[in-house]
Design a protein around this ligand. Structure first.
Ligand code: ADP
Ligand code: MG
Length: 464
């Protein structure tokens, strides 16, 4: 009997499922379906163009490997866009059936509120997509943000962006607001920090005006809530927000949230909120790698009409690694220093100006703070094994886990290529390194204790 494309695709999914985080699996693969097959290709449809490109880029290679292992011949997956994402997805369990005879909500006439009745604060003019540099650290978040701006409440609702300070969460969130307002100036967009939400709620309770508080928040078309981690531990705020969330969501309104942690790691946040935050797409933003730092500095220099030559850009990019805000701070400091002293910006001047913020040993030319070996040794010690065993080809379980963690941390902390990392660990090839990194990521999502251990090692290494 011939294998149908659907059979083949479900076998592929079964195989790949255990090796990847559940969240990613559900978001990216479950919604794609097989529609055809040729000698060397499986044709799969994804709901949007962005979705198709993303899956092809991120999972194309691994899908091809799995296909080959199932069929015994070289096959690739070819993705196309079906356009079904252009209609709203079915709502999960909260959707309320309209009562018989009641008009469907969308057919009700829309009355716009006057523009001055604003909830929350204004969007920052500078925080647009045009000014946002896309790098490997923020690729998923920025692609998802663009998809939401183009198709609000259709694909990723809510969109939950998380990552450390100064990495661009607020910027992307405002960019979504600008993008939507640009196409539809009548869209009611509210940008609020979660502190604002808390304060407004407290005021409303004190002045007995919770009804009008509710009405205000529930007639918004796009709700942007920044830094939701501040709701942690505030029970009545969470309760109120839960209802606001449900009401907007049920009305097909887009919600975007940011936090310094993933929903799972928001301890003391009610489980029902955590689960709602995970309904749509959860995307992280990481610290920028060297190339992205250079691209950001170039872009800022261009936008602000500054002349920074390549050497100076390289120097700043190597010195400031932790966040974009740090990069911006360093640039401002350097400008101030140069104008006060009336000296041209050179690497020497930059070294003097940034002396305070340069970490010891992180200066280019100085001894490197971290190397693949020093990271490997640190991880090995934590697992009580020898670095030489990690670098060997032995594959016992007590070695594979720390080896994968070491590769993962090298990838996170250094700018070494996959090939170089593989070489440092017994001449493994780059696909083994990719596999290891994915494995650790998957495991971290599944097992909080393991995640905590890896994060601890990471901060110990960073503090060196
Ligand atoms: P977060 O909300 O994650 O703490 P912000 O969005 O406030 O960070 O970003 C800090 C600063 O860095 C802002 O000035 C922002 O414009 C800038 N920034 C962050 N990421 C990027 C990027 N990818 N491209 C350009 N500027 C960025
Ligand atoms: Mg922010």
């Amino acid at each position: 009997m011939e294998l149908t494309p659907q059979d083949l695709w479900s076998q592929v999914l079964d195989t790949i499922r255990s090796g990847m985080p559940d969240q990613s699996f559900r978001t990216w693969l479950v919604s794609a379906r097989a529609v055809g097959m040729t000698e060397d290709q499986l044709l799969v449809e994804a709901p949007t163009q962005f979705h198709a490109e993303w899956v092809e880029d991120k999972y194309g290679q691994i899908l091809a490997e799995v296909l080959e292992s199932i069929t015994g011949r070289r096959m690739t997956v070819s993705f196309e866009h079906s356009g079904v994402g252009d209609s709203p997805p079915p709502m999960p369990d909260l959707a309320v059936e309209p009562e018989a005879g009641a008009p469907a909500p969308s057919s009700a006439p829309r009355t716009r509120e006057p523009a001055h009745e604003r909830t929350g604060s204004a969007l920052n003019e500078r925080y647009t997509f045009e000014k946002f540099v896309v790098g490997s650290n923020n690729q998923l978040s920025s692609a998802a943000a663009r998809a939401v701006a183009e198709n609000p409440a259709r694909m990723y609702n809510p969109l939950f962006l998380y990552g450390g300070v100064g990495l661009g969460k607020t910027h992307l969130m405002h960019a979504i607001g600008h993008g939507i307002l640009h196409r539809d100036p009548g869209h009611r967009v509210a940008y609020v920090t979660s502190e604002y939400f808390v304060n407004e709620l407290v005021n409303a309770i004190q002045t007995g005006s919770t009804q009008s508080f509710r009405r205000r928040f529930r007639k918004i078309d796009l709700l942007l809530v920044d830094d939701v981690q501040f709701m942690v531990g505030k029970m009545s705020t969470q309760e109120e927000f839960f209802h606001t969330f449900n009401s907007l969501y049920d009305d097909g309104k887009q919600i975007v949230l940011t936090s310094d942690r993933s929903p799972k790691d928001l301890q003391n946040l009610e489980a029902r909120l955590v689960s709602r935050f995970e309904w749509g797409l959860v995307a992280d933003i990481n610290p920028p790698d060297y190339e992205t730092r250079v691209a950001i500095l170039r872009k800022k220099a261009e936008d602000d009409n500054l002349t920074l030559d390549d050497e100076v850009i390289d120097f700043i990019a190597r010195s400031c690694r932790s966040s974009v805000r740090e990069l911006e701070g360093a640039t401002l400091k350097l400008l101030a220093y140069s104008s006060l002293r009336r000296e041209e910006i050179t690497v020497d001047l930059a070294r003097q100006a940034l002396r305070g913020i340069l970490r010891q040993g992180s200066e280019p030319g100085g001894p490197p703070r971290l190397t693949p070996e020093s990271i490997g040794r640190h991880v090995a010690a934590d697992w009580n094994v020898e670095m030489s065993a990690l670098a060997s080809r032995r594959r016992t379980k007590n070695l594979t886990v720390p080896r994968q963690v070491a590769m993962f941390l090298i990838r996170e902390l250094l700018e070494h290529s996959l090939v170089d990392i593989g070489r440092a660990f017994g001449g493994r090839d780059h696909s083994t390194v990719i596999h290891s990194v994915r494995k650790v990521e998957g495991e971290m999502e599944e097992d909080p204790e393991f995640a905590a251990r890896v994060m601890r090692l990471r901060s110990e290494l960073e503090a060196r």
